[in-house]
Design a protein around this ligand. Structure first.
Ligand code: ASP
Length: 321
């Protein structure tokens, strides 16, 4: 008996999917050195591997996104964990969020300075506290009490990030932040075999940020959102605009209420963010197995894998838009 269209579609749908990003910005072939390119590629591949392993073994999307992010937090090529950008005062203050699409449980930390894996702290807030978001010294204290690894703040800094801060301070024309001082926020979204989605994002924020500035990454609905009824989203870019647009939730809302494809919803919301003045991008996946990304910068470090055997790493706009 021939399969119904619905059954055919279900049979073709990948059992699991994983999409990750390593930041968006002025990422152009002429600006990225071969060493930088090789380092970023290796990092994205290692993160894809860590997350895929969880999903291929039948694990949860929540564990997969955390595993992928922790690899990138330890990799100094990315602006998250070790390799995070410096604040104006020359410190590292880290933001992260994680969300479970099954229950819409969420956890986030902002401005933490001593917890090695900010995404693990976000997850602990979600699972071990009655709160959704903790900030500053209290968030680190909570993470420490939960037994999460603590490091000296200097562990996060690298000479390259110091150079970027010095360059920014030396050039007053650069303004509040410089899109050229490459972004490198990391994010991951996944669908697991059971049909549940999850999203996570981790960042050091923007070079030279001041006064306890917090961007979109740890704000549920702005830089991070997951809902089994729609999709999972992680964003990267000029966070203030992403907060104002409510990017991640807005994409999920379009999918849920308008039935748009993930790609169509992401493109529309990125266009609206751009109209406000925002630059950056998003990665998206959902229960249909669709994997999408959308960005309005010259490039976005990004990669994806699925149970169908697909495996792709891309940097520039012209590759796999
Ligand atoms: N969105 C992050 C922030 O504004 C930065 C980035 O994605 O590069 O903190």
């Amino acid at each position: 008996m021939p399969l119904s269209a619905h059954a055919q579609e279900a049979a073709q749908r990948p059992k699991w999917t994983l999409v990750i990003h390593g930041g968006a910005g002025i990422i152009e072939k002429s600006r990225v050195t071969p060493e930088q390119e090789a380092g970023v590629r290796a990092g994205l591949e290692a993160a894809l591997e860590a997350g895929s392993k969880v999903l291929a073994a039948g694990g949860d999307s929540l564990d997969a996104v955390q595993a992928a992010i922790q690899v990138l937090e330890d990799d100094p090529h990315f602006n998250a964990g070790r390799g995070a950008v410096f604040t104006w005062e020359g410190k590292n203050e880290l933001d992260s969020a994680i969300m479970d699409g099954r229950t819409r449980a969420a956890g986030a930390v902002a401005g933490i300075t001593t917890t090695r894996h900010p995404v693990a702290a976000a997850r602990a807030v979600m699972e071990k506290s009655p709160h959704v978001m903790l900030a500053g010294a209290g968030a680190d204290q909570f993470a420490r009490e939960q037994g999460l690894e603590q490091v000296d703040n200097s562990w996060f800094g690298t000479p390259e990030r110091r150079r970027q801060l010095d360059k920014m301070k030396a050039n007053s024309k650069l303004g509040w932040f410089d899109v050229d001082l490459k972004y490198g926020t990391v994010g991951a979204v996944a669908l697991d075999e059971k049909g549940h989605v999850a999203a996570a994002t981790s960042t050091g924020g923007l070079t030279g940020k001041r006064w306890g500035r917090i961007g979109d990454s740890p704000i549920i609905g702005a830089g991070t959102y997951a809902d089994d009824r729609a999709c999972a989203v992680s964003a990267t870019g000029s966070g203030e605009y992403f907060i104002r647009e409510g990017v991640a939730h807005e994409i999920c809302a379009r999918v849920r209420f308008k039935g748009e494809t993930l790609k169509a919803a992401a493109d529309t919301v990125m266009a609206e963010t751009q109209a406000l003045g925002g630059t950056g991008g998003v990665i998206v996946t959902g229960p249909t197995g669709e994997m999408a990304w959308s960005f309005n910068t010259p490039g976005m470090y990004r990669a994806r894998a699925s149970s169908s055997g697909e495996r792709l790493v891309a940097f520039y706009g012209e590759d796999h838009p």
